[in-house]
Design a protein around this ligand. Structure first.
Ligand code: AMP
Length: 395
């Protein structure tokens, strides 16, 4: 795996695909600069080598050129984070970009305008990728968040740098974290899969059964498994057409010697509302008019034991409707357990979909080993897919 450390960037121009798709408020202030901060080590290493950086990114989903999606809005924030005055090219290809790159001196950073002003970017257009390739000597991909897309700047451009392409530190770290869970993790390995639906997690479950010793299934998925085994789930979220699949998963897990843990009790509510009436019920005895919206106390205790016995932990998806405080306790308790296991030496990776939002909201960000920066990219990695942006560098 080629990383930044395999290159000396002295007097070289690095063309870096970063993920600066950051949230902006109505005055175009960056409200969360995590993605910029995450790319900093890569940029600083190149500058310290005596090289210069040409940064390319998308921002939002513009339809053609739309000022509100201009990357000019983030120049100041990027400059502040890097501690370097960042230059800006008002186009990401063509004369404007090429002239700005030609004038770039060692130690300088140039930010290109939004890649997605061109539909060729998402189309993975080869000619567009070739134009981009003129803007650097070495191609560095540090954008995990878009690594699952075969776009011009994330994948296609790499073919114009057959010997001179590598992963940035952030992307390398993402790859290593996934490998630690899926391939080289110390046993027992545990995956916690929560969230709303079996249908959106099924490929992950199937892939992961070959990798883990324990699998906790929580959140809305619980009820498809419970009903499939004859339990009464009342009005809880349930995918009847996935019940057979749930039984197959349970059978497969047995064959593969994977222990599956499902909530035994729930916090049930008489409405999908934070102010609903609630009671603790056995997960197999939820009457009509009631729905399970969080893991109950016995389940939390069971999960805590499994988590503390594990040496490698993957967490994707909440155990309940964590957006409502009444039903966030299970997710918070799980986070506490994973934090404790991590403190005791376990490796813990959190990521995929909305998991990162939950982890940040409850302040677990610095208490787990690694929080992935990619939602969709992480989910596809867990499904066992080779991401095109990663394959293009390994090629
Ligand atoms: P996902 O994107 O699949 O990880 O699902 C996350 C969503 O699952 C969150 O918005 C939660 O509110 C929701 N969720 C978790 N548990 C339940 C439940 N018991 N009933 C309904 N929705 C749930």
């Amino acid at each position: 795996m080629k990383t930044l450390n395999d290159f000396n960037f002295n007097n070289k121009k690095a063309l870096i695909r970063v993920d600066f798709n950051v949230p902006l408020d109505e005055d175009f202030n960056v409200t969360d600069n995590t993605r910029i901060v995450s790319a900093k080590p890569t940029i600083i290493k190149i500058l310290e080598d005596g090289g210069s950086c040409v940064l390319m990114s998308h921002l939002g989903r513009p339809k053609g050129v739309q000022d509100q999606f201009s990357l000019k809005h983030i120049i100041e924030e990027v400059s502040n984070v890097l501690g370097v005055t960042v230059k800006f090219a008002s186009d990401c290809v063509g004369e404007v970009a090429e002239t700005a790159v030609a004038a770039l001196q060692p130690g300088e950073v140039l930010l290109l305008e939004n890649l997605r002003y061109y539909s060729e970017e998402t189309a993975g257009d080869e000619k567009f990728a070739e134009q981009l390739s003129k803007l650097g000597d070495i191609y560095v991909n540090d954008a995990f968040g878009t690594a699952h897309r075969a776009h011009a700047s994330t994948t296609i451009v790499a073919k114009f740098f057959p010997e001179k392409k590598c992963f940035g530190y952030l992307l390398a770290q993402e790859i290593e974290s996934i490998q630690k869970v899926m391939e080289t993790g110390e046993k027992p390995v545990l995956a916690v899969l929560g969230g709303a639906k079996v249908s959106s997690k099924i490929t992950i479950i199937e892939n992961i059964l070959d990798k883990v010793d324990h699998l906790i299934i929580g959140g809305g998925m619980t009820f498809t498994f419970v009903k499939a085994q004859g339990g009464q789930v009342g009005d809880s979220i349930c995918e009847d057409d996935k019940m057979e699949l749930a039984l197959e998963i349970l059978k497969l897990a047995k064959e593969k010697n994977v222990q599956i843990h499902i909530p035994v009790d729930v916090v049930a509510a008489n409405a999908f509302s934070n102010d609903a009436e609630t009671k603790i019920l056995d997960v197999t005895e939820i009457p009509e008019g009631w729905q399970g919206l969080d893991a109950g106390p016995k389940s939390i205790e069971n999960f805590n034991k499994v988590v503390l016995e594990s040496k490698t932990i993957l967490w994707n998806g909440p155990l309940g409707v964590f957006e409502m405080p009444t039903f966030a306790k299970g997710t918070i308790a799980l986070g506490d357990s994973i934090a404790e296991a991590t403190k005791n030496g376990a490796f813990s990776l959190v990521g995929g979909g909305d998991s990162v939002a939950a982890v940040k909201q409850f302040g677990f960000e610095n208490k787990v080993s690694y929080v992935s920066t990619g939602g969709g990219a992480m989910l596809e990695s867990l499904e066992g897919k080779t991401l095109p942006g990663i394959a293009a560098i390994l090629d």
